[in-house]
Design a protein around this ligand. Structure first.
Ligand SMILES: N[C@@H](CCC(=O)N[C@@H](CS)C(=O)NCC(=O)O)C(=O)O
Length: 210
């Protein structure tokens, strides 16, 4: 038995949460070092040497490779530990799941990270209300698009694609975390709410370390 994987994360990070949930779903042992992003730990020289982007998650994999970007890490885990699968069979189904995952992880979440809020506040001159309004706007828009697609598509089941969790659920649950923290109601998103409740009931999706 080799060293457990080493995850660099942050308790409130949506992107680190995605990797934590995938590791738990796959039953892969890991240990986690928590950075404090509010204190600027991501800009410490030894961390920047690992990940020049200054962002979590960063994962030291089995073979010592240093991995970053949550979606790339999820795909790595899927290839390295295929069971249980987090992507469905068939190219169109896999593209649907990846598309839903990207809707959240590529088109929504990057607008909400600390470096963007800091720029809006410090460089673009937005006050705190403006920054909150910005975040709410993009979260609401991401959730509204997810709701339209999930409510419309026949592939939607107990989870985003069928009845077992996929990469899409991991990403949706990560946004659910943030919308809760931002005090956003999911009133107008019944399908998203139903899927998030199924995620919440699943042990691997619990919030917190380990
Ligand atoms: N697209 C990246 C996002 C990584 C990212 O920006 N993570 C945030 C925390 S959720 C971070 O470390 N931010 C540091 C900062 O904004 O200074 C991923 O999915 O891994």
């Amino acid at each position: 038995v080799g060293e457990p994987l080493h995850l660099y994360g942050y308790a409130r990070s949506m992107a680190a949460y995605r990797v934590r949930v995938a590791l738990r779903l796959k039953g892969v042992a890991f240990r986690e070092t928590f950075l404090d992003l509010r204190a600027g730990d991501q800009f410490a020289a030894d961390f920047l040497a690992l990940n020049p982007e200054g962002a979590v998650p960063t994962l030291i994999a089995e073979d010592g490779a240093t991995l970053s970007q949550s979606l790339a890490i999820l795909e790595y885990l899927e290839e390295r530990h295929p069971e249980p699968p987090l992507l469905p069979a068939g190219p169109a189904a896999r593209a649907r799941v990846r598309s839903l995952a990207n809707l959240i992880a590529s088109d929504t979440h990057p607008l909400l990270v600390p470096r963007v809020s800091a720029y809006l506040r410090d460089e673009a001159g937005l006050d705190e209300r403006g920054v909150v309004a910005w975040s709410r706007h993009w979260v609401s828009r991401g959730i509204a698009t997810a709701e339209t697609r999930l409510a419309r598509d026949s592939e939607t089941g107990a989870f985003c694609h069928g009845d077992t969790p996929t990469l899409a659920d991991i990403c949706l649950a990560s946004l659910g975390l943030l919308s809760q923290a931002a005090g956003l109601q999911l009133r107008d998103a019944p399908t998203v709410s139903r899927i998030l409740a199924n995620c919440e009931a699943h042990e691997a999706f619990r919030i917190g370390e380990g």
